[in-house]
Write a protein that binds this ligand. Structure first.
Ligand SMILES: [Zn+2]
Length: 289
């Protein structure tokens, strides 16, 4: 599943290829993805120009000059392929559900084998109140996600810190891979309870370290082109390589990479999701004062 770094990379690739261009034509090969396409989907896009790109958590936002925003979520397996508009490149690739033709002679294909992705259109003025976006917390890479905010948000949570990081109402964009990697980087045990962390004598410093780790790991993954788990590719067809830098994710039973740590990477289930962590250098941070 594309997580924040992969979505950000795809957004940047699209922006580089088609920002400020017009959408000359749109071809829609089916009526729905996860949800039905919105009414007049093609009419609202065709003839408009792209004014800017945005992202909120795992949603790509494409702003148009007709006061609409195209909202895209890649679901489990969605991706874009950017090609030159030549007769050879217009052939059908399996699972291509939408094709955009732009004024700089490019074809942008939305490909999604599992069809859990979605596209919707909203008015620019209503974007923050959109049903899919209004409850998402601040983006993990934004200034709104900081130690003070996180501490306040988890004060009354009964879950562990790993589960809290995955809660999109608390912070937008952190998925399972990067939650495990960030907790490892900050040396915080995924078993640590929110209640305990809030009441811990060093809670503020812990939260500062954790927020810093989340941003560090996400930015590092973006630099590396994302993680190629199953089928993530960049829109030009290249693979991301952050998976080579995982310290815990999918590293079960391996020796910890941290200097002077003799711990072993363990895999457990938390709220139905796999969590990977070092059993030695990630400490519980919830001893009450
Ligand atoms: Zn370790």
């Amino acid at each position: 599943m594309p997580e924040l770094p992969e979505v950000e990379i795809i957004k940047r690739s699209l922006c580089k290829a088609i920002d400020k261009q017009s959408i000359v034509d749109v071809k829609q090969n089916r009526l729905n993805l996860r949800f039905p396409f919105p009414l007049n989907f093609i009419d609202k896009l065709k003839g408009s120009s792209i004014t800017s790109f945005g992202r909120k958590a795992k949603y790509i936002l494409i702003y148009l000059n007709n006061n609409y925003v195209l909202i895209i979520h890649l679901g489990m397996s969605g991706n874009f392929l950017i090609q030159k508009n030549t007769p050879d490149d217009d052939k059908n690739i399996k699972h291509t559900h939408v094709v955009f033709y732009t004024s700089n002679n490019l074809i942008i294909k939305y490909i999604d084998p599992r069809r859990f992705g979605l596209m919707d259109i909203a008015k620019v003025s209503e974007i923050n109140q959109h049903r899919l976006l209004k409850n998402i917390g601040p983006d993990a890479l934004s200034n709104g996600f900081n130690a003070k905010y996180l501490l306040k948000k988890i004060t009354n949570k009964k879950c562990n810190i790993k589960t809290a990081l995955l809660d999109q109402n608390i912070v937008g964009g952190i998925g399972n891979i990067y939650a495990s990697e960030a907790l490892y980087h900050s040396r915080i045990s995924p078993h640590t309870s929110c209640y305990g962390i809030v009441n811990y004598e060093d809670s503020k410093n812990n939260m500062k370290r954790l927020v810093k780790s989340v941003k560090f790991i996400l930015n590092k993954a973006i630099e590396a082109g994302g993680s190629t788990i199953s089928d993530h590719r960049l829109p030009n067809g290249d693979l991301g390589y952050f998976q080579n830098e995982f310290n815990v994710y999918n590293c079960e039973s391996k020796k910890c990479n941290r200097k002077h740590c003799s711990g072993i990477i363990k895999k457990i289930k938390q709220s139905g999701r796999s969590t990977f962590f070092c059993d030695s250098c990630q400490e519980l941070q919830d001893h009450e004062i």
